[in-house]
Write a protein that binds this ligand. Sequence first.
Ligand code: ADP
Ligand code: MG
Length: 536
Amino acid sequence: MVTQEHESLLSETERSQGRVALRNNVAAASALADAVRSTLGPKGLDKMLVSGNSPAIVTNDGVTVLQSAQVEHPTAIMLIAQSSAQDRVAGDGTTTTVILTAELLQNALELIEMGVHPTLVEKGYRLASKESMSQLDEIAREAGKEDSLRAVMTSLSGKSDEGIRAHLSKLSVAAAQSLATDIDGRIEADASLIKKINDGGRPSIETELVSGLVIAKEPLHSEMKMYPDGGKILILDGGISRRKPDIDVNLKVTDIGMTHALNAQEIADISKRVDAIAATGCNLLCVRDGIDDDARGLLLAAGITAYRRIEKPELELLARTTGAVIVHEPSLAKPSDLGNFSSLTSSKWAGVSHMQLIGSEKGGQTLVVRGTSKTRMDEVSRGFDDAASVACGLVKDPRILPGGGATQMALARHLRQFAPTVPGREQLAIEAFSAALESIPRILAENAGLSPLDEVLKLNAAQAENGSWIGLNIHTGKAESMYDAGVIEPLVVSRNGIAGAMEAAVSVLRIDDVLWANQDPSIPDWEKSDGTPGET
Ligand code: ADP
Ligand code: MG
């Protein structure tokens, strides 16, 4: 009897510790969501981020706010990591994901306080997420020609001014289309293949996309020629300079003849390497490290145009756009390592000579970022990155969904119908999931200065009548077709965001679960085996 009492006391303590932990975790998630909720949507407020010694930046981008926040709470850190992952994978929807995770957690906590075991909440959430995924496929439409552009525009809404937004959207869609490559039947587009250079002193609306890779380098010798009609490139991750003797000998140079002999040997060594390079049949040589003066003349004589000290990422871009294999040692270079380019020219940007190479493969484009200050150019560059990742995502999967809270509302409505078909307490969790989704249109309305309650009711009624594409246009304050209003988003953004928020919420619930491990999930708090009322 005593032992039993002790045991129950012990599990009681563990359980309440578990609950305290959960309450703290949920509070941390909510605090984080509160920090960004006012930025949601095109009418979201800007936040000014001030940190120690770097200049303050003004943004209404949730993920930027979070990344610069100095938080220590493990739950908060996890949520920030998750929103960064959303940014990486989908290029958008970060604020939405954080809000959704926090709402899912708050609703889960309420259920758990009511006596629903976290395992059942998890089960219900997983069911709801799975059901949402298939429902998203139902709501989605294939993007028409102009739709990609409109979706990219939507993803930039609230950022920068309208003119720049439209301009960057156009550039990013064009870039994504030219990057599209068929890889084993899958269309891929990799935004990281776009090189960027700054060309200050001109308005940012003059930011342009140019064909080829533009790299701030001049050939090794002014007489080395350009190849406007193309040729073959060898890429060397290394250099062509005098080698140090392999063994660490302390040479005592006693006479002039010996110096000459050593020198001659080194030159012979360099010449052998240049011969090996020339034997591959390349016209262009791009090298990561240095090239000795002795090699310069030899390369010129061999008709090879050479560039040295090219950074590793640029070497890799060159390799990808020409199909070259990067070699590490000239003597091992083979003709099959060469890549092809269709033109090599010299161009001037920001008053500096650049090499401009158009490769034979996809990719190899350069965004020439313009702006009157470094800060402005950085902002344009970030905007382009966001736009390009959304545009590339649409090349991979061109399906689109309505914005303006329509998608979340439609899912919430669907889940409310779905919940009763699931037996058991999981049903409650599915309803909680549905309520969490509704927070998105609610907050959008709130941030636009509209009544959250009325707008959600209005939206619900409008969707019942006219379907899932009806959303809240916060510019007009009307519940209307998001397709007609041009407020559209890629499917991947919602898909990834909802699944990600669910996983994040569940992993926070699980932290608590460890402490609950010895509790039978089928027995709620108020039905304890000894018949005494449980904690409430
Ligand atoms: P996130 O970081 O989640 O992308 P944003 O601050 O970019 O957050 O806001 C995105 C939300 O704003 C999406 O739900 C999107 O549908 C919505 N949105 C964009 N334009 C409009 C509009 N004109 N009317 C209503 N909602 C809009
Ligand atoms: Mg956004």
